[in-house]
Design a protein around this ligand. Structure first.
Ligand code: NAD
Length: 434
């Protein structure tokens, strides 16, 4: 059985490499020819720990190949994993044009039975649109099946998440498709849940929206903590000890970002409302999340009063640690607000400075990119922690304080111990802790 993977972004590249590592013959395809050439030469265009080593290993084994000849890849495969983007439209609904494009391409190249697998995150009922599109554009009487196999990997630990998944959801409507997909994941057979396609599609959106709500919930509690003597870190720990709640995703801070949670919450809200279901709970979660940066900027102003011509250091640009992805990162909004008020910024991130320079180019005046956290702190009136990379937790704060103009530390991720940093002489504020 030959497997194709369409789209070699964060999900597609990990999927292609991971399926080859499972022992399958895999053909990865992308319409971006430069990306394909880079990947085929053994270089990974994103920062994802462990991915490049596994790519090189599987290219050498001969099980993995990449091509920009999309038609050939479609014709040569039995199962096609669709991993293209589904970004949001302005009204929150998912832009399905990349999925439609791939469906038409598969239709035009249909030369035998195939299973087309949605791995991208898609709205419930998408499979009917894919089937209809293939039926409309195919040039033969041949048939294919559509299936759903949503992806749950997390950027930063994507390789291990793919190789050791908690669950594998397979949404199918034929035995033939089910047998092929179960065969692909046979080494994790005990983790497979078989459902119909609508259910599988909805499991992904429902999971991401639930996790986003959990983050907004603890941020709402953090707001309450700030008005009382309660400490949100201890509230979260106390809540998380209850196994019915669990401690993960109960982290107060600058809120969720990234290419998934914001868009998936919006898409699920839109689908629900279009189908006449009240989605007010998700709308409120989104509102709470949208407030985070405004409240954080308020803390900066409480420390510095006027921001015009103040020097401010920012630690962390990626939407979360261990990735270079800045899509919907809180840092983007923080930077936009500070620049709008006339501040001068010194920015540092271990991996995400290259993509950030595309959005905010260095100008040597208002925006300066630094080689280290210490450099970002040099001469600044305040230092803001925006993404909780491990290296920031190990910072030598004595040295940091020495190079700063004013020892003001505003921690958007509750990385530091308030008593310890205050004892060092910092003026310190964080989220939901007095
Ligand atoms: P991405 O933007 O990194 O990658 C998409 C890739 O698809 C790009 O390389 C693009 O060139 C390619 N592409 C677009 N149109 C194409 C076409 N017609 N033919 C071939 N290639 C095409 O996106 P991503 O982050 O990998 O996300 C892909 C999907 O997976 C989305 O639906 C996303 O919601 C979902 N998802 C993402 C994550 C994540 O952490 N990034 C996790 C789970 C699910």
């Amino acid at each position: 059985m030959k497997i194709a993977v369409f789209g070699t972004g964060y999900v597609g590249l990990v999927t292609a490499v991971g399926l080859a590592e499972f022992g399958h013959q895999v053909l990865g395809a992308d319409k971006d020819g430069d990306k394909i050439r880079m990947i085929a030469s053994g270089k990974v265009p994103i920062y994802e720990p462990g991915l490049e080593e596994l790519l090189v290993k599987n290219l050498k084994s001969g099980r993995l190949e990449f091509s920009a000849d999309l038609g050939r890849v479609a014709r040569e495969s039995d199962v096609i994993f669709v991993c293209v983007g589904t970004p949001p439209h302005d009204d929150g609904s998912a832009d399905m044009s990349q999925i439609e494009e791939v469906s038409r391409l598969i239709a035009a190249n249909l030369n035998g039975y195939k299973v087309v697998v949605e791995k991208s995150t898609v709205p419930v009922r998408t499979s009917s649109w894919i089937k209809r599109t293939i039926a409309l554009y195919k040039k033969t009487d041949l048939t294919c099946d559509v299936a759903s196999n949503p992806e749950f990997l997390r950027e930063g630990s994507a390789v291990s998440d793919f190789l050791h998944p908690d669950r594998i959801i397979i949404g199918v409507e034929s035995e033939r498709a089910r047998d092929m997909l179960v065969g692909i994941y046979r080494r994790h057979e005990d983790r497979i849940l078989i459902t119909n396609i609508d259910t599988a599609e909805l499991i992904k959106h429902a999971s991401n929206s639930f996790l986003a709500l959990k983050i907004s919930y603890i941020n709402m509690i953090a707001d309450l903590c700030e008005k009382t003597e309660a400490d949100v870190e201890l509230v979260a720990r106390g809540m998380g000890l209850d196994p019915r709640i669990g401690g993960l995703f109960l982290k107060a801070g600058l809120g969720y970002g990234g290419s998934c949670f914001p868009k998936d919450v919006k898409a699920l809200t839109k689908i629900g409302e279009d189908l006449g279901v009240s989605m007010g709970l998700l709308r409120e979660g989104e509102r709470i999340n949208a407030e985070r940066v405004r409240l954080f900027i308020h803390k900066v102003k409480q420390a510095l009063w006027i921001l015009k011509d103040k020097n401010i250091g920012i630690l962390g640009l990626s939407f979360k640690p261990e990735t270079d992805d800045i899509r919907e990162a809180p840092s983007l909004k923080v930077i936009r607000h500070l620049l709008a008020e006339g501040a001068r910024l010194r920015l540092y991130d271990p991996q995400a400075m290259t993509p950030m320079k595309q959005v905010y180019p260095e100008d040597g005046e208002r925006i300066v990119y630094c080689d280290s956290a210490l450099e970002a702190a040099r001469g600044v009136n305040a230092l803001l922690l925006v993404t909780e990379w491990e290296e920031f937790k190990r910072l030598d704060l004595e040295k940091v304080k020495e190079v700063m103009a004013n020892p003001i530390l505003i921690d958007g991720r509750n990385v530091f111990d308030p008593a310890a940093v205050r004892a060092m002489g910092f003026e310190y504020s964080s989220i939901g802790r007095k």
